[in-house]
Design a protein around this ligand. Structure first.
Ligand code: 13P
Length: 257
């Protein structure tokens, strides 16, 4: 059985004070059984607040912090970049790589993404590799083919011992921040196709244990239905992770499988 994960991607939101309040509110209302070795939670704040959030959660088992991106370079004269090595030195566990907002606004190519994946893994950080199609591709019924190509380009070059450290997040672009979530059938279809491809390339055991998250307008109301899909192992949550009560409801929506 795969490990479940709920990750809150705060994107470029919150001030220092808001970040403080939000993480305090989440921690205060966590209950026994919300987290376990099979059911983990991660907060993915903006870079400047990583240390703040890490210090608050570091003694809570199965609670982690992630970064929203990392540099494709090791270190040196790359003004504005944040290296995977720096993130690891803080204690970061996960790093989102290939979010559609970065592919769009920062023209990230598949080559750059594969370099970022390598950087994260070389520094013992687990990439959360994002894939997702736009509406035009979905309407043309080419979504599965498109997603699998994104995975072959950005991730499937990895050998077995590295792929097992990665997580995939399926985030249809038409569902991100739009309030229009994928139906559970649409999510299940894609997640099953992704798992099948992992099994084909790396063997059935790795496929079975692989964590595949859904992201895109996942909220306190629709989370339970999405997480009930056999191949959906949790969520990468944007907007709803900025509200402590909603985020906690989403955490509690994971079925106790
Ligand atoms: P929303 O939950 O706001 O649609 O964002 C999803 C997302 O992009 C998470 O990475």
């Amino acid at each position: 059985m795969s490990i479940k994960l709920i990750a809150g991607n705060w994107k470029m939101n919150t001030s220092l004070e808001e970040a403080n309040q939000l993480i305090d509110e989440i921690i205060k209302n966590l209950e026994d059984g919300d987290l376990s070795a099979e059911k983990k939670v991660a907060i993915i704040p903006p870079f400047p607040f990583i240390d703040l959030v890490l210090n608050k959660i570091k003694t809570i088992p199965n609670f982690y912090v992630g970064a929203q991106d990392c540099s494709p370079f090791d270190n040196g004269a790359y003004t504005g970049d944040v290296s995977a090595k720096m993130l690891k030195s803080l204690g970061v566990e996960y790093c989102i790589i290939g979010h559609s907002e970065r592919r769009l606004h920062h023209q990230e190519t598949n080559l750059t993404l594969s370099e970022k994946v390598e950087q994260a893994l070389n520094n013992d950080i687990r990439p959360i590799f994002c894939c997702g199609e736009n509406l035009e591709i979905r309407e043309a019924n080419q979504h599965i083919e498109f997603i699998l190509k994104q995975l072959y380009d950005g991730l499937f070059f990895l050998p077995k011992e590295k792929i097992v450290k990665t997580i995939i997040a399926y985030e249809p672009i038409w569902a991100i921040g739009t309030g229009k979530t994928a139906t559970s059938q649409q999510a299940q279809e894609m997640h099953a196709a992704i798992r099948n491809e992992i099994s084909k390339n790396y063997g059935a055991e790795i496929g079975t244990y692989f964590t595949i998250l859904y992201g895109g307008s996942c909220n306190a109301k629709n989370a339970a239905e999405l997480f009930a899909c056999p191949d959906v192992d949790g969520g990468l949550i944007g907007g709803a992770s900025l509200n402590a009560a909603d985020f906690l409801k989403i955490i509690k929506s994971l079925p106790k499988k």
